[in-house]
Design a binder for this molecule. Structure first.
Ligand code: PAF
Length: 277
């Protein structure tokens, strides 16, 4: 496995690829877990050379404390990637990625007003800037993103489409712990009791799934809100899977996404499931 830190070295690697070779990119912020490794596995199956980028992007954190506390474990990450069969790891330096404060900013219309967009102002601009930079610098044929960050996935799909970027975005399914908790780097910050309370997110999704089609969506949302009375629920939304627009009753002929975000003390977690009628 080759570790590349500078953009010049990256360009050298990029131009050494033979024409027919497909490059697959898994962009990450490190603190890797089995969910990231499954993205890598998807990339390994679908491309010839796999690259994982590790860059904790300051621009996408709307809360500086969250950025400071974001878990970092570079040695362990490299070990996991080596075992996972990754070919190249790209770990750029923030000074090289951001040679200047970006003057450009992205707006994603409706997606800015709901769920993550509403609760984390500026977040998707930061994601879109760094993902554009990575895609432009690395020029992968395919890039792999998890459905756990469903709204981020939609933002990236629009970004690539709107700017006609020559890359295929490959969505990958969410990996869960055996008790249902969606895998996330932020789980590393949970202590034993917080870890237990965090199960409320996936439990609420399962409960809502059972109720879909039986009672109105608004009632489902109210019931779920009650379950979170001891935790800080940011949102629980029933939306159409593709547009992420509020999904009206009745629940028919649609694929809906049930999406939740909540704080377990100061740790913010998100989760979602997709349900077909
Ligand atoms: O999902 C993430 O880990 C990040 O938002 C991403 C896509 C690597 C951009 O920094």
């Amino acid at each position: 496995m080759q570790v590349i830190q500078g953009i010049k070295e990256l360009e050298k690697f990029r131009s050494s690829l033979v024409k027919q070779e497909q490059l697959g990119l898994v962009p990450t912020m490190g603190a890797l877990h089995a969910g990231h490794l499954s993205l890598l596995e998807n990339a390994r199956q679908q491309t010839d050379q796999t690259m994982v980028s590790i860059f904790v992007n300051p621009l996408q954190f709307n809360d500086s404390k969250d950025f400071d506390k974001y878990p970092k474990q570079i040695e362990k990450d490299l070990e996991l990637l080596e075992k996972g069969g990754c070919n190249i790891v790209f770990i750029p330096d923030a000074k090289e990625v951001y040679t200047q404060q970006p003057t450009l900013s992205f707006q994603f219309g409706y997606l800015e007003k709901i769920m993550e967009g509403y609760h984390r102002p500026g977040h998707f601009n930061g994601v879109a800037i760094v993902v554009s930079k990575l895609l432009n610098i690395i020029r992968p044929h395919k890039a792999f993103f998890g459905e756990k960050d469903l709204q981020q996935l939609r933002v990236i799909q629009y970004l690539v489409k709107d700017l006609s970027m020559p890359v295929e975005i490959v969505p990958c399914t969410t990996l869960r712990e055996t008790d249902g908790l969606a895998m996330s780097s932020r789980n590393m910050r949970l202590n034993v009791s917080q870890r237990q309370r965090a199960l409320l997110l996936s439990q609420s999704l399962r409960k809502a799934k059972e109720l879909l089609g039986k009672i109105p969506h608004q009632e489902i949302e109210l019931l779920i809100q009650k379950d979170f009375s001891a935790e800080t629920l940011e949102y629980f939304s029933i939306v159409e899977k593709q547009s992420l627009k509020k999904c009206s009753d009745p629940f028919q002929d649609k694929e809906v996404a049930l999406c939740v975000a909540a704080f377990i003390d100061e740790i913010r977690l998100i989760d979602n499931i997709i349900v077909s009628s």
